[in-house]
Design a protein around this ligand. Structure first.
Ligand SMILES: C[S@@+](CC[C@H](N)C(=O)[O-])C[C@H]1O[C@@H](n2cnc3c(N)ncnc32)[C@H](O)[C@@H]1O
Length: 235
């Protein structure tokens, strides 16, 4: 589901916070990227489960809350769960439809005041600031996507003492096997290498590929493989 087409250094900057109306148009959004994800979300009233991702729950559960950046937040399942546990969340996505749904769900859950949703195309620019946790959950795309560069920007956004958690599909989900695009997914070790972290400043806390049972969009049950990279910045 992903292609690594690393481009030059891309900018760190703030995108304008978006509201529910979906009227915001950011000049730093790639039209093709936005169209692809908008068309995907338009297929269903709700695309993802609404629940937080299991590895995120596992990793974050024992942590004291702080600030978190959720990259490619989709419909907000993780952002809402994190806010419910006291985290101050900045959640970004390129798809306005996803952000609108996430924002509505956050309001319904009573946690909207702790989440800032922003429309942001990570292929063009990266949110500014430092965070106690940066989370990239299934930030994978069939389009050209400067994955390694975005993940390195994610590492730079981690505050001293903070963590970067990357969770990706390790195999095409059983319900996605009819798609023609069957990539080879990077291993957790390859993803860690792509980050190019200074070993004097970073500790690897998790590097594994757990399997789990999950339910697909049409109720199909199958086994998924998650590729997990969790690193902590010491200073
Ligand atoms: C596979 S979904 C995962 C959503 C969510 N993290 C989850 O685990 O349910 C990938 C998300 O990344 C977003 N995305 C893809 N390319 C992006 C980009 N260039 N900038 C920001 N978000 C992007 C998509 O709109 C989509 O919501």
């Amino acid at each position: 589901m992903h292609q690594d087409a690393t481009a030059g250094e891309h900018r760190h900057e703030d995108a304008t916070a978006t509201g529910m109306a979906g009227e915001h148009r950011h000049r730093d959004v790639d039209e093709e990227t936005a169209r692809y994800w908008e068309e995907l979300y338009a297929q269903r009233d709700r695309f993802w489960s609404g629940r937080a991702n299991p590895v995120l729950v596992d990793v974050v559960g024992p942590l004291a809350p702080g600030s978190v950046l959720d990259l490619g937040c989709g419909e907000g399942g993780d952002a809402i769960w994190l806010a419910g546990r006291g985290w101050r969340v900045t959640a970004v996505d390129v798809a306005q439809t996803a952000l609108d749904r996430a924002s509505a769900a956050a309001t319904e859950a009573g946690v909207a005041s702790r989440i800032e949703f922003r429309r942001h195309d990570l292929t063009r620019a990266f949110p500014s600031g430092e965070f106690d946790l940066v989370s990239a959950q299934f930030l994978q795309s069939p389009l050209e996507f400067p994955r390694a560069e975005v993940l390195r920007s994610a590492a730079r956004a981690v505050a001293p003492g903070g963590r970067l958690l990357i969770v990706e599909h390790g195999e095409v989900p059983p319900w996605g096997r009819h798609e023609h695009h069957h990539p080879r997914f990077p291993t957790p070790q390859e993803t860690l290498a792509d980050l190019d972290l200074d070993p004097d400043r970073w500790v690897t806390e998790r590097l594994d590929a757990p399997r789990r049972q999950a339910t697909g969009p049409d109720g199909q049950v199958g086994t998924l493989v998650d590729h997990v990279v969790l690193v902590r910045r010491e200073r």
